[in-house]
Ligand binder design. Structure first.
Ligand code: ATP
Ligand code: MG
Length: 491
């Protein structure tokens, strides 16, 4: 039976031999192991696609076999001295095996059938063809034989090679079935289109649009994983535009779709903040691979939808949008099951401060204002400027240069103030303990009041950022509060 299967492919395939792509020594060992167990074995999915596209090897290799994937993984582990601990997922019949810097994932070939309310299928043992058939896209459904008789042969029943050449994302089956069965595939289609710079074929795109509401059965974590991957691409706007066009974005990030559109009242128009945002995200990509900075770019204007107001005769205002936006970041992160830790705080901080550098462009700006920004931004200061520079999306070349020059001026000012006052990693020269000791008082509100007064005096430039001056300020503030020094020398 298995042999017949193989013969079918051997005669049917466009006999491309990929043996040169199986350079990694693990493939020969796999071939030996599979042969000893009598289990026909194939490499499948992303590895095959990426070899044909000459993309860099990421380290994960998917293996499908006509038999037990778990048994094959266990046998390979025994043979390889450097194999790491095996992870077995009995319910799915899969196993993961790390070997040095690669990770192999094994699965027995299977058929799947789906229920409308779940993206977890019922699975039954199947042929290689069944297994290729259940895969998401033609370019992800190609396999390479690791069997002795046709080692290296490419098995490509859906002509994935042609779709690779034409740069198309197409489902092996009817797209309506594919996407309704597992709606995560809709997000994967958009993610691959963005990552590989492919087009989604029109019938698949129409089907994604028709099935967009099915996204509700996909877990938030899986959606977020795909959003991260889209944001990690060199041009994320491709993905977000597709998400918007198909109606998926509305389910995942309604805060962004709310930014769409231009309103006009009494001849005053505001810009379309959705498209502007996508430009900002694309702009920032060449300057950072930090996905959280890219998230900040994506979310920096979300407060504009709820704060938008038309105030005659001035026009449109988005007063306080940074503050509102920063608050929305928390809710959005929570909903998308993203970490609510320092990553979220980092994004919040950037959103909150996103308009501050522009306010310092004025030539008259005081040192105090500069110090305040340095203090408030602290370690995110450089990233804040990267964001602000990406935020310049004007198509007018003169203005573009002028805005960049403005930021350069602000940076220069910051450098001068920073060198003199060392505010960025501001540690108050006087600690709470010092105040308690000096006045011999227990922890109390007075300590916070004095510390705040010292910080303010330094930021305002009343006193330098130095111990002696801060101490004098502490004494003066203590007096105002009716406190007396306890150390006779200091009194
Ligand atoms: P990459 O790892 O670069 O994101 P990949 O193609 O290897 O791309 P994986 O998520 O690692 O993607 O999945 C491996 C293979 O499993 C895919 O190539 C595809 O054949 C199949 N696959 C993964 N997820 C699905 C899914 N939801 N529906 C159908 N097939 C899938
Ligand atoms: Mg993979």
């Amino acid at each position: 039976m298995l042999k017949v299967q193989f013969m079918f492919y051997a005669t049917d395939m466009k006999s491309l031999n990929m043996v040169a792509q199986l350079k990694h020594p693990v493939f020969h060992l796999l071939q030996e192991t599979a042969q000893e167990l009598g289990i026909p074995t194939y490499v499948v999915g992303g590895f095959v696609r990426d070899r044909l596209m000459q993309r860099p090897f990421k380290g994960d290799i998917d293996i499908v076999c006509l038999g037990s994937g778990i048994a094959l993984a266990k046998a390979l582990k025994k043979k390889h001295p450097k194999a790491g601990p095996i992870s077995i997922f009995k319910t799915y019949g899969t196993a993961k095996l790390p070997i040095e810097d690669i990770e192999l994932e094994f699965v027995g070939a299977r058929k799947e059938s789906y229920h409308p309310d779940s993206r977890n299928p019922e699975v039954a043992t199947g042929s290689l063809e069944d297994d290729q058939n259940r895969r998401d896209f033609t370019v992800n459904a190609m396999a390479i034989s690791l069997n002795k008789d046709d080692y290296g042969a490419l098995i490509d029943p859906f002509n994935g090679q042609q779709d690779l050449k034409k740069q198309l994302i197409r489902t092996p089956n009817n797209p309506d079935t594919t996407f309704a069965d597992d709606p995560l595939r809709m997000l994967r289609a958009i993610r691959f289109a963005t990552q590989l710079e492919f087009n989604i074929v029109p019938e698949a795109l129409a089907s994604i649009t028709a099935n967009a509401d099915r996204m509700t059965i996909v877990s938030r974590e899986r959606c977020t994983e795909e959003l991260h991957k889209i944001l990690a691409c060199p041009k994320p706007s491709t993905g977000f535009l597709l998400l918007e066009k198909t109606g998926i974005l509305q389910h995942l990030l309604p805060e962004l779709t709310a930014l769409k559109g231009i309103e006009e009242i009494e001849g005053h128009k505001h810009k379309d903040n959705f498209y502007h945002t996508l430009e900002v995200v694309d702009n920032i990509c060449p300057h950072t691979n930090n996905v959280w900075l890219r998230w900040a770019a994506l979310l920096h204007d979300i407060g504009k939808a709820p704060t938008k107001k038309f105030i005659p005769p001035t026009g449109w205002t988005f007063h306080g949008h940074e503050f509102v936006g920063a608050k929305m970041v928390y809710r959005l992160f929570k909903r998308l099951r993203m970490p609510l830790n320092e990553k979220m705080k980092y994004v919040q901080k950037l959103v909150l401060l996103s308009s501050r550098p522009i306010a310092l462009v004025d030539v008259q700006v005081t040192d105090a204002a500069v110090r305040r920004l340095i203090f408030d931004a602290g370690p995110v200061l450089d990233d804040l400027f990267t964001l602000c520079q990406a935020d310049i999306t004007t198509k007018n070349p003169k203005r573009f240069t002028r805005y960049h020059d403005n930021f350069k001026r602000v940076r220069d000012k910051i450098e001068v103030v920073e060198e003199r006052d060392r505010i960025r990693n501001f540690q108050p020269p006087i600690t709470g303990e010092m105040i308690m000791e000096y006045f011999n008082i227990p922890p109390s509100k007075a300590i916070g009041t004095i510390k705040e007064a010292i910080k303010e005096a330094i930021l305002e430039g009343e006193i330098p950022n130095a111990l002696e001056a801060a101490k004098a300020k502490m004494i003066a503030e203590g007096k105002k509060l009716g406190l007396k020094a306890q150390t006779p020398n200091d009194a």
